[in-house]
Structure formats: structure tokens, C-alpha cells
Design a protein around this ligand. Structure first.
Ligand code: MG
Length: 389
């Protein structure tokens, strides 16, 4: 097969959502289409991906380095000779030639987005959903392939005007959809007001184990410890990103003081960063690890992240990719992880899953469409389709 063209575009996410540290009013995403000369079922095979949420578009490095490198590379450097299909792991090795070590986030999103678009092509050419392709490539035995996956609704952003009323309606909506666990933002108000907000959410749920908190890196060390002490009696599902991602000492201190689980990882961009996080930050047996596949070099690097995490004592069921999109869902299912996040109704066309996915009792079924299956997500597919038309 040949790649005819690779098209990328920056798309505004258009949302007024706010967490403790930032609002998303200027947030953008990069969408990518890798257009091939192949056809399946009368349709041209095009690999699609986007760079998830929260880190702005990554068109610069894509346009200047990675798209030209992939377009120029001989097929032998990124096509598996046995199957004739793209080998995304080999492609990443080729893309990273002439890249100095370190400063991974400068390129991990551009490379990860391209890598996932290549996996989409592999799935489409082999007629299988991506999670099955990943399971085979990374050695998850057929018998342990899941039929459903645990999934929680991530939301509870701060909203202007009647925040508590809106929070109430949002959580009730998630429960009506079939979710049983919810995550809300925290750390953006005075402690007493945040506790009131938490108690408001708890009143809608059976107990604290159904509610997680995301502090979005809001606290310094003292604040993080005070906050952790204040929420300890609630017995919550986890406390996410209490401090700066690189403040491993505070992560460790919170993990030692707080009896529940501490979560983090959406701001770690490669296996080495995750290794350091687990070695020097929160206790691995009580962490919930949440890297985001397209933000961190893609599914292949995610597999390395899983390997290093398991070696350091993180149970597979505590690895729950960030992102709330079809890419994270496939990676979680294909690597046998504990579950996935979902953003139903948030982030415009980029939030939520495809039409194939239903939520029952806090679990989602897995999709059957070949590849990632963005074609079954009409509002998002309309954006992708413009790239390849
Ligand atoms: Mg988060």
C-alpha cells in the first residue's frame, strides 16, 4: 500500500468549561487523515485520529517534521513485509530518527496522533476493530479479550451561574445514561465551597466509591495535604492530580498521608516519565494511572507504559487511560486495562463514543466497526471527512 497524502487541521473545541486551573475557551485539537491507495467495501481506506483533549493542537511539528518524514520514507521502513500492512511501531522508530532524547511532549502528541491514524488503517485493512488488533499484537490471549469495559463519566467542570444546580443535573444525566461512577473537578473554590460541592455530588450517589475528584494540578504541597485530609472521610474513588505533575515529592507525600488512591498520568508523555512518576511519586499499589494514548506517542508507547507500570506494582485494573474517546477505549480493551473514561456531551463533537457503544451498569460494550470506528460517530466524522474529500 502507499500513502497518497496526509492532511492535518486545527479545529477549535468551542467550550466554556473550566477546571481549577484553566478554562477551555481557546482550546483546539489537531485532526489528521492519512489517505491511502487502498479500498475496502468500496470505500477508500483513510486512517483518522485526533490528539485528544487539553493540550492544544500540534500541527507545527506535524507539518514541519513528522508528516514529511512519513511521506518520504521507503515502504520497507514502516510496512510489515509479512502482512503488507503498516507497522505503527516501526513507523514511530522511523519518525523519531534525528530526534534528541528528552523533551518528549514537544513531539509525543504529533507522533502519537499519526501512530493512531496508522493503527486505524491496520484495523480497516484487516477488517477488525482496533482493540482486537492491539490485543493480538501485544499478546493478550483471545480468551481474556473483554466483551465489556468499565467506564466512568468524567465531567463536573465548574460552570458559571447556578453551578450546583448544573452539577446536579449533569450527574443525574450520567446516571440515567447508565454510568454508575462519576468524576468531578475540584480545587477551584475555597475549601469549604469545594467540600459543599463534593457533598452535593455524593448525595446523588450510593457512596463515596462512586465519586472521583480531579484537582487538575491546583495545589501546592501544603494545600494538597490539607485538601487530602479534608476529603479522607468521604472514602472516594480517587483523588486526581492534586499537584503539578512533576512535583513528585508532593505526590508521594499525599499518597503517604491519604488513605485512598491518588490518580495521575494525563500529563506524562512517555514510558520513562511514567517510570519516574511511579518510582518517586505516589505508591504504585495505590495509584490510578491515566496517560492518554495520542498525547504519549500512541498505542505502542502505551504498551511500554503498561509494562513498566506492572513491573513497579501497578495492578492492570488501576490503569485507566485519559481521553474519553474511541482511541482510549480501544487501547484500554486491547491491552486488558481496568477501564476507560468518557465525556458524554462534553467537548462538542470530540466528546463521547461512537453510536455502537451503549452504557449498561457502568460498563460499555466494545465496537465492531473496523479500525477506531470514527465513521460511527457522525458529528466527529463530519470533521474528518472534510480532510479527505
Ligand atoms: Mg484530569
Amino acid at each position: 500500500m502507499r500513502i497518497l497524502d496526509i492532511v492535518e487541521r486545527t479545529v477549535p473545541i468551542l467550550t466554556e468549561l473550566k477546571n481549577a486551573r484553566v478554562d477551555f475557551s481557546e482550546m483546539t485539537a489537531t485532526v489528521v487523515a492519512v489517505i491511502t491507495d487502498q479500498f475496502r467495501d468500496g470505500r477508500r481506506v483513510v486512517g483518522y485520529a485526533f490528539n485528544s483533549f487539553g493540550r492544544y493542537a500540534c500541527g507545527g511539528p506535524l507539518r514541519e517534521r513528522f508528516i514529511p518524514r512519513l511521506m518520504k520514507a521507503p515502504a520497507a521502513e514502516w510496512i510489515d513485509p509479512a502482512s503488507g500492512l503498516p507497522d505503527p511501531l516501526q513507523a514511530v522508530r522511523m519518525l523519531l530518527r534525528r530526534e534528541k532524547a528528552g523533551a518528549d511532549s514537544e513531539r509525543s502528541m504529533a507522533v502519537g496522533t499519526l501512530e493512531l491514524a496508522l493503527w486505524d488503517i491496520v484495523g480497516k485493512l484487516s477488517g477488525r476493530p482496533l482493540y482486537q488488533v492491539l490485543a493480538e499484537r501485544f499478546g493478550l490471549p483471545d480468551a481474556s479479550l473483554p466483551r465489556t469495559l468499565a467506564c466512568y463519566a468524567g465531567g463536573g467542570f465548574y460552570q458559571s451561574g447556578n453551578d450546583l444546580e448544573k452539577l446536579d443535573a449533569e450527574i443525574r444525566g450520567y446516571l440515567d445514561m447508565g454510568y454508575t461512577a462519576v468524576k468531578i473537578k475540584t480545587g477551584g473554590l475555597r475549601l469549604a465551597d469545594d467540600l459543599r460541592r463534593i457533598e452535593h455530588a455524593l448525595a446523588l450517589l450510593p457512596d463515596g466509591s462512586h465519586l472521583a475528584l480531579d484537582a487538575s494540578c491546583a495545589f501546592d504541597r501544603q494545600q494538597a495535604l490539607a485538601f487530602a485530609a479534608a476529603i479522607a472521610p468521604y472514602g472516594l474513588r480517587w483523588l486526581e492530580e492534586p499537584c503539578e505533575p512533576g512535583d513528585l515529592e508532593t505526590y508521594r507525600a499525599v499518597s503517604e498521608a491519604y488513605p485512598g488512591r491518588v490518580a495521575g498520568g494525563e500529563n506524562l508523555f512517555c514510558a520513562q516519565e511514567v517510570h519516574n512518576f511511579l518510582r518517586y511519586g505516589p505508591a504504585p499499589d495505590r495509584v490510578v494511572l491515566q496517560p492518554d494514548p495520542p498525547l504519549a506517542y500512541g498505542a505502542g508507547e502505551f504498551h511500554r507504559i503498561v509494562q513498566t507500570s506492572v513491573l513497579q506494582g501497578v495492578p492492570l485494573e488501576h490503569i485507566v487511560p485519559h481521553g474519553g474517546n474511541m482511541m482510549s477505549l480501544h487501547v484500554a480493551a486491547g491491552l486488558g486495562l481496568g477501564g476507560a473514561e468518557s465525556y458524554p456531551g462534553l467537548f462538542g463533537p470530540f466528546g463521547g463514543f461512537s453510536n455502537e457503544i451503549a452504557v449498561v451498569d457502568g460498563r460499555v460494550n466494545l465496537p465492531a466497526a473496523p479500525g477506531i470506528g470514527f465513521e460511527e460517530q457522525p458529528a466527529l466524522y463530519a470533521i474528518f471527512a472534510q480532510l479527505s474529500s
